[in-house]
Design a protein around this ligand. Structure first.
Ligand SMILES: Nc1ncnc2c1ncn2[C@@H]1O[C@H](COP(=O)(O)OP(=O)(O)OP(=O)(O)O)[C@@H](O)[C@H]1O
Length: 260
């Protein structure tokens, strides 16, 4: 779904991303990890087209993103939830959500899809409240809701749990899991006739994978990352240094690249 290859990025003379490669397969939830300042946010912003790449390739769904503006990337189906949420504090919840519609007007989507309110019922209750009056957790739900307005194929989240209360952190985790893996499709049926049921269950898992949103997130909290993501990529000083299935993340890697 997303393939980054040989990516180099500079802030002025400062070389920040070095020949970086990253693959986020369709249906995966990949957690980008690494200590502060290694370039995680820079990578997300470069994928989103908010800052330019010097060289390399960024392929999404088979097409090259380089050269496209951020709005065009959104139109192709990339939803972005920035670090710090960046909601508009003086605008109402409804107005904030409607800003997400800009990217999809050409697709004929004129209203905020009901699915956003099914996922975050609190947003419906607070439609007329100002964004700035919401709690941190509610603002994060608003920021994710705004990205979901465009029905993204790929959802990019930059530290979605930063600065929010522990009980809301686990709710946000459940929402990401639901978007990535379930999206309202029934859970697998119980085993009665093993062979047939196995086949049906395999098919259900596949359908879930095909319908679910692919997720790329930056997250520093290890238990959260382990719960939500099925793949990881570790960055160190602007390079991708380790990648694999979440179960392959070793204590040695944690000590070497993640603990402070
Ligand atoms: N706008 C900018 N101009 C110049 N340098 C920048 C800019 N933004 C970030 N940097 C530098 O680029 C490097 C990577 O920063 P980045 O924010 O991508 O790291 P990060 O891994 O996301 O860190 P954090 O976990 O703290 O958000 C850092 O050295 C940072 O100081």
């Amino acid at each position: 779904m997303l393939n980054v290859a040989g990516l180099n990025q500079f802030y002025g003379e400062s070389h920040t991303l070095w020949d970086l490669g990253l693959e986020v397969p369709k249906g995966a939830c990949l957690c980008l990890m690494g200590r502060n300042g290694v370039g995680k946010t820079t990578l997300l912003k470069t994928v989103m087209g908010l800052i330019p790449a010097r060289s390399g390739g960024i392929m999404f769904d088979g097409g090259n993103l380089l050269g496209l503006k951020a709005e065009q990337r959104a139109e192709l189906g990339i939803g972005y939830v920035p670090q710090g949420r960046e909601i508009f504090p003086l605008m109402t919840v409804e107005e904030n959500l409607r800003t997400g519609l800009r990217a999809v007007r050409r697709k004929g989507i004129k209203d905020v899809p009901e699915q956003v309110f099914e996922i975050f019922p609190v947003l419906k209750k607070m439609l007329k409240r100002r964004g700035g009056d919401l709690s941190g957790g509610q603002q994060q739900q608003l920021a994710i809701g705004r990205a979901l307005v465009l029905d993204p194929k790929l959802l990019i989240l930059d530290e979605p749990t930063e600065g929010i209360q522990p009980n809301i952190v686990s709710e946000i985790g459940d929402v990401i899991i639901r978007l990535n893996r379930a999206r309202g499709i029934p859970t697998p049926i119980e085993k009665t006739a093993p062979d047939v049921v196995d086949e049906i269950n395999d098919a259900i898992v596949k359908v879930k994978r095909d319908l679910g949103v692919t997720v790329l997130l930056v997250e520093q909290k290890l238990p959260f990352a382990r719960k939500v993501a099925d793949r990881f990529c570790i960055m160190d000083r602007g390079r991708a240094v380790a990648t694999g299935a979440m179960g392959e993340l070793t204590e040695d890697m944690v000590k070497r690249y993640l603990t402070v």
